[in-house]
Design a protein around this ligand. Structure first.
Ligand code: SF4
Ligand code: SF4
Length: 383
């Protein structure tokens, strides 16, 4: 029987294994659809018989190549993603039969115009707000346009029952991830922040969903049993940190490492890859097309104006996870998240009475020393 560490490693490796898995799927004739954002309705892509895969770049390596076409003063996530695409070094992009982009922030939507020169791209036009019935109707129309594109390009018919089945499967995966990260409500949390991050990140690259869901179930059960036996991986009482802001992963794992090495414990990730998507399942009781539109347009992303959904979600998570401090991660040149720091600071400090730290970073490791100093001082304050 595998140990908890072995189970975590196996789940964290899901992303590394995804390249071979994609190659195998491609050779067997399966269509691959790359996407750049949480707004891409993966259930719809899967209902077309295709495999959705994230193309977001998290490494500094291809950024210099991207800067030949893109301004330097642009978010590293966009530059990294584009750099991988133009240099042909991203196997996920290479295998993609279609790329789905969404008009989220300005940088991303203009980047898609350049991508169209090297790959088939379908752009979904997001509404700018998500708090009116018209926004949901508009997004449903965009979802139906994506349906048409998938049907036309792949020569398939997407039935309601296939879509319902994909919604059911993906909700099951969301629910397991929620259960797993929900264990961090305990003090001490059973998993470290880096372990939790790697499992959640890997989950986005799980193509064999039933197998992956069984692995998640086994890990949750094993972790709960070990905790009940008193096996704790860290002492209780460490400052409990909630992470919000821009997506993190790859190069920005430096932030997770620094927080935990400096004595903090990460109890919740609100950002993409964490709770932002998984807290809200697709409604299985209504028309599946309406359900997809409602679910995805309400994502608490800073590209929405206003973005009240982020404050509502954060407010609840701060309470549920008994967070002592909120660290708001802003990627360099991300205007929307940068501007929202003011509102999130007010929410954390004035409404919730919690400490707040905003940090700006990029994909280089040059700022590690400075980050360590700021984060250590912040955690010191929380002791
Ligand atoms: S933060 Fe917004 S734009 Fe960026 S990946 Fe997440 S949902 Fe997409
Ligand atoms: S981090 Fe900000 S600038 Fe970068 S892609 Fe996401 S929303 Fe756009």
């Amino acid at each position: 029987m595998a140990t908890i560490d072995e189970m975590i490693c196996a789940l964290a490796r899901t992303r590394d294994n995804a390249v071979n898995e994609l190659q195998r799927l491609k050779e067997s004739g399966t269509k691959i659809v790359g996407a750049y954002c949480l707004f891409a309705p993966y259930e719809l892509i899967a209902a077309a018989g295709a495999v959705p895969v994230s193309l977001c770049g998290t490494s500094e390596e291809p950024i210099a190549h991207a800067e030949k076409h893109l301004p330097r003063n642009l978010c590293p996530l966009i530059k990294s993603s584009y750099g991988y695409a133009v240099t042909g070094t991203c196997p996920y992009f290479f295998y993609s039969d279609l790329v789905v982009g969404e008009t989220t922030c300005d940088g991303k939507k203009k980047m898609f115009e350049l991508l169209e020169k090297i790959a088939p791209v379908h752009v979904m036009r997001l509404p700018q707000s998500n708090n009116r019935p018209e926004d949901i109707a508009y997004w449903k129309h965009e979802i139906l346009l994506l349906r048409q594109r998938l049907e036309r390009q792949f020569g398939v018919v997407i039935t309601d029952s296939a879509l319902r089945e994909q919604i059911r499967q993906r909700n099951a995966q969301r629910s397991l991830c929620r259960e797993l990260y929900g264990l961090s409500r305990l003090d001490p949390p059973p998993l470290s922040g880096i372990e939790l991050h790697r499992v959640l990140h890997g989950s986005g690259f799980a193509f064999d969903r039933p197998r992956h869901n069984a692995q998640l179930r086994a890990l949750i059960d094993a972790v709960q049993d070990a905790y009940a036996r008193g096996e704790k991986s860290a002492p209780a009482g460490r400052p409990r940190i909630l992470i919000t802001g821009c997506p993190i992963g790859g190069a920005t794992e430096k932030i997770i490492r620094i927080i935990e090495k400096s004595g903090g414990t990460i109890v919740c990730y609100e950002n993409c890859g964490g709770a932002k998507d998984r807290e809200y399942p697709v409604d299985e009781t209504i028309d599946p097309w309406d359900a997809l539109a409602q679910k995805y347009v309400r994502l608490a992303c800073s590209c929405m104006s206003p973005n009240d959904a982020r404050c509502e979600l954060l407010s609840r998570l701060i309470d549920e996870y008994a967070a002592d401090g909120i660290i708001d991660v802003v990627l360099q040149a991300c205007h929307t998240y940068s501007i929202e720091t003011r509102r999130i600071r007010e929410l954390a400090q004035k409404q919730k009475g919690k400490s707040y730290l905003s940090i700006e970073t990029d994909y280089s490791q040059a700022d590690e020393g400075q980050l360590r100093t700021r984060i250590s001082a912040f955690l010191e304050m929380l002791h």
